[in-house]
Design a protein around this ligand. Structure first.
Ligand code: AVJ
Length: 330
């Protein structure tokens, strides 16, 4: 059929469209984990945080609960007000504990959660305005590079300018490749001023079986979370992925410290992505790589600070040494 001017091919260019176009034409196929977090994906991740196998959230909660008084002393040193900027705040389960304590102690600070999920951010903001009405909250919808741009933009003059404290909790940093983590921390470092703080939650290397189980839970929530990416593509890009024809597969390598998530095609099949005017062939057993969740050694955490212009000043861990919240000072 000849092209007809009434039949327009829309070249849609959203971030998801670009990702699908490039990721599903590569070998091996891949899609970035940043697209997990639509409303359903954010909800599923909130459930994952309560799984018995997903030790990360409980370990970090223990650290925050044990050290929240020390953290406040650190953040508000010399009674200076501070701006708490949280990257990837999500539903703020752990942060609420911290914020509640800070407000109770009469700390002078404001809170800026940044998240890629608008629903998670709206719910967090509503909840905070009910529970902590005195707290100034300035939510920012966007990804990490938007957050960086905002941090770099914030210029304050004067000696009593608030110190900036950037929170990057929950081992969100694990989603970066080592090169991207270095790059991101170097950029963060460049946009902070001397005395500003960066507090990162790192999941530590431990028995590989413990880590593997955290991403391969018996209830199948991690599987549903991974498959939800395909459901999102069906909805937003008019695709016809049959979710039942894909499985979840997880690997953990104690040598690289990488947990990796895959979707596996259980049959030879062709998927059509309407909005991209594209069809994608999957071989039997072919994979899509969807996520890296990197686990760290103490040495790697020291090196990350050294290589990006930070000084590592504090190290907090849980009783099992599963997780560490680490303060870098600019
Ligand atoms: C939100 C990126 C920290 O990698 O552990 C949970 C996401 N993926 N189960 C992680 C996730 C599968 C989580 N982070």
């Amino acid at each position: 059929m000849l092209p007809d001017h009434t039949e327009t091919t829309y070249l849609i260019s959203t971030a998801l469209a670009d990702e699908v176009r490039s990721g599903l034409t590569q070998h091996p196929k891949q899609l970035s984990s940043r697209f997990f977090y639509d409303a359903e994906g954010s909800r599923l991740f909130s459930e994952i945080m309560h799984l018995p196998e997903y030790y990360l959230t409980r370990s970090e909660y223990e650290i925050i609960d044990n050290y929240k008084d020390q953290w406040l002393n650190l953040f508000a040193a010399n009674d200076r007000p501070f701006d708490l900027i949280e990257l990837g705040a999500g539903d703020g389960l752990k942060t609420k504990l911290l914020l509640t304590y800070f407000v109770e102690q009469g700390a002078r600070f404001s809170y800026s959660p940044v998240d890629i999920s608008e629903t998670a951010l709206d719910e967090l903001t509503d909840d905070l305005s009910n529970k902590l009405p005195a707290l100034t909250v300035s939510p920012q919808h966007g990804d990490y590079s938007d957050a960086l741009a905002r941090i770099a933009e914030r210029t304050y003059d004067g000696a009593d300018a608030p110190r900036r404290v950037v929170l990057f909790l929950g081992s969100n940093i694990g989603n970066f490749t080592p090169a991207d983590a270095l790059d991101f921390y170097a950029q963060l470092s460049a946009s902070l001023r001397p005395g500003d703080l960066l507090l990162t939650g790192f999941d530590l290397q431990k028995h590989p079986a413990v880590i593997h189980a955290a991403y391969n839970d018996r209830q199948g929530l991690t599987k549903a979370f991974n498959l939800n990416l395909l459901r999102r593509i069906n909805r937003e890009l008019d695709a016809d992925f049959n979710l039942a024809a894909f499985d979840h597969y997880e690997t953990y390598s104690p040598e690289t410290g990488e947990a990796r998530s895959y979707l596996v095609s259980q049959t030879k099949q062709t998927v059509t992505i309407g909005a991209l005017d594209m069809s994608v062939v999957f071989d039997y057993g072919e994979i899509i790589h969807t996520e890296i969740s990197r686990k760290f050694t103490r040495r790697q955490i020291d090196e990350l600070a050294n290589q990006t212009g930070f000084t590592q000043t504090h190290w907090f861990t849980d009783c099992r040494h599963y997780f560490a919240d680490v303060v870098y000072t600019k």
